[in-house]
Design a protein around this ligand. Structure first.
Ligand code: SAM
Length: 278
């Protein structure tokens, strides 16, 4: 399989339906975490060597974290490589949150292996512990995060409550425009996905990302969030947008058959910063 099957699905309007989809995603991510588990030795070696996996686009915008970031909270931290990289970028301590217990176990094992000042919480991002409220100089998330969240308003309120006054959220994630094109095509070909249709049900993982697993993949629920919805959710949660960039930069190969010269005509990612007013 190269391209997952996309099936239009109505947005999850009810909290119970949001939770049902998040629970299904937890199962799917516990399976997909196999790929991350396989990569743990490499992640540990890279972190030990002082090599950060923070994306250059994120680094250029955030700068050196040392002067201003005591605590960074990474929402949807996966196996913790990016979380622990924030220490290399200058954060004094890091906290990770992820719904997959396999990912969180990996993250804890990686932190222990390098002796890092890190804590990891296994929970839905919507249930991030209130003990963390108002403590984050930086809330960091992205690179495949928002598509798994089925209540963007609730997500934005979690981000806002975690930030200390003056704190910043950084989101560097897939640009929704990428969903509009066939992932297998050698040139931009319409996929038929409705940009405003919001929800997509999806079984299977792209070859260039998770690929084939040892078990048949469970149903998971990814959702296309238009950029305007992401921005508005953060504004509605009381944050001030300070940066919005649409970028051709990739962090995974979405269109493996498409020459770079064509891929770079499509917005692949976006970078968004917002600040909690002081
Ligand atoms: C693509 S990964 C995150 C990308 C990360 N930058 C990395 O290291 O690859 C998506 C992560 O989101 C987590 N996730 C999905 N839904 C979640 C939810 N509702 N709450 C918390 N974590 C969630 C998954 O378990 C998975 O680890």
């Amino acid at each position: 399989m190269t391209t997952p099957a996309w099936t239009p699905e109505p947005p999850a309007a009810e909290p119970a339906e949001v939770r049902r989809r998040h629970a299904a995603n937890r199962v799917a991510w516990n399976e997909a975490a196999q790929r991350y588990s396989e990569g743990l030795p490499e992640a540990i070696a890279e972190l030990r060597a002082g090599r950060s996996s923070v994306h250059p686009v994120e680094r250029a915008a955030l700068g050196d974290l040392a002067p201003w970031c005591r605590r960074a909270i990474h929402l949807q931290c996966a196996s913790g490589r990016d979380t622990l990289s924030l220490l290399l970028e200058g954060a004094q301590e890091v906290v990770g949150v992820d719904i997959s217990e396999v990912q969180v176990a990996n993250a804890r094992a990686t932190a222990a292996a390098i002796g890092a000042p890190a804590r990891f919480h296994h929970c839905d991002v919507l249930d991030t512990p209130h003990s963390l409220d108002g403590t984050a100089d930086l809330v960091y998330t992205g690179r495949g995060a928002l598509c798994w969240i089925h209540d963007l308003a609730a997500w934005a309120h979690v981000v806002a409550r975690l930030l200390r006054p003056g704190g910043v959220v950084s989101v560097f994630d897939d640009h929704p425009a990428g969903w509009l094109f066939d992932q297998d095509a050698a040139e931009p070909v319409a996929s038929g996905v409705d940009y405003f249709g919001h929800a997509e049900s999806n079984v299977g993982w792209p070859t260039t990302y998770i690929g084939e697993l040892d078990v048949p993949p469970s149903t998971k629920h990814e959702r296309l969030w238009p950029i305007g919805d992401v921005v508005q959710a953060l504004i509605d949660a009381g944050l001030t947008i300070t940066r919005l960039e649409e970028r051709p930069d990739e962090y995974w190969t979405v269109f493996p058959a498409m020459p770079e010269e064509l891929r770079r005509r499509i917005p692949m990612t976006f970078l968004l910063h917002a600040r909690r007013p002081a």
